[in-house]
Write a protein that binds this ligand. Structure first.
Ligand SMILES: *[C@@H]1O[C@H](CO)[C@@H](O)[C@H](O)[C@H]1NC(C)=O
Length: 136
């Protein structure tokens, strides 16, 4: 009785090890999906840069921007657009209310501009995405 339960435990452990080991050895990982602002979403309730501060992002990770599409938008801009809160030439606008963006390696910049002052009020997000194979 005790013996067979020990066997079952070992079998379970081996299953767990076999499941995780290949990924660990090759440093392969699947992208992490983040909801920007968590329960608040893309909103003035929480400055997006504050939300991002304690997280480490990798190229390929996915950000989901959730907001009321009738009130807000989300622009992918460059560093100048982020710093000035003025969309740079060539910005890309999203306005579905549930926008999914995959991070590129290096600087990723996002601002909200639908209402004047939103960007300066905290709807701005700068993320430096690391190379994916840096993650264990
Ligand atoms: C952002 O884009 C604008 C317009 O294309 C350009 O003038 C500016 O130099 C860019 N800023 C950066 C940091 O690349």
């Amino acid at each position: 009785m005790a013996r067979s339960s020990a066997k079952a435990t070992i079998a379970a452990l081996l299953t767990i090890i076999c499941f995780f080991l290949p990924g660990g050895l090759t440093h392969h990982r699947s992208p992490t999906t983040y909801i920007v602002g968590d329960e608040f979403g893309w909103d003035l309730s929480i400055p997006a840069d504050t939300w991002a501060r304690d997280k480490t992002f990798y190229a390929g990770d996915i950000l989901v921007f959730r907001y009321d599409y009738q009130l807000e938008n989300m622009l992918v801009v460059n560093q100048t657009g982020y710093e000035t809160c003025i969309p740079n030439e060539g910005y890309i606008e999203y306005d579905t209310g549930e926008d999914t963006i995959q991070l590129v390696y290096g600087g990723n910049y996002f601002i909200g501009t639908a209402t004047p002052g939103d960007c300066c009020g905290g709807m701005k997000l700068a993320i430096n995405a690391l190379a994916p194979d840096n993650k264990d």
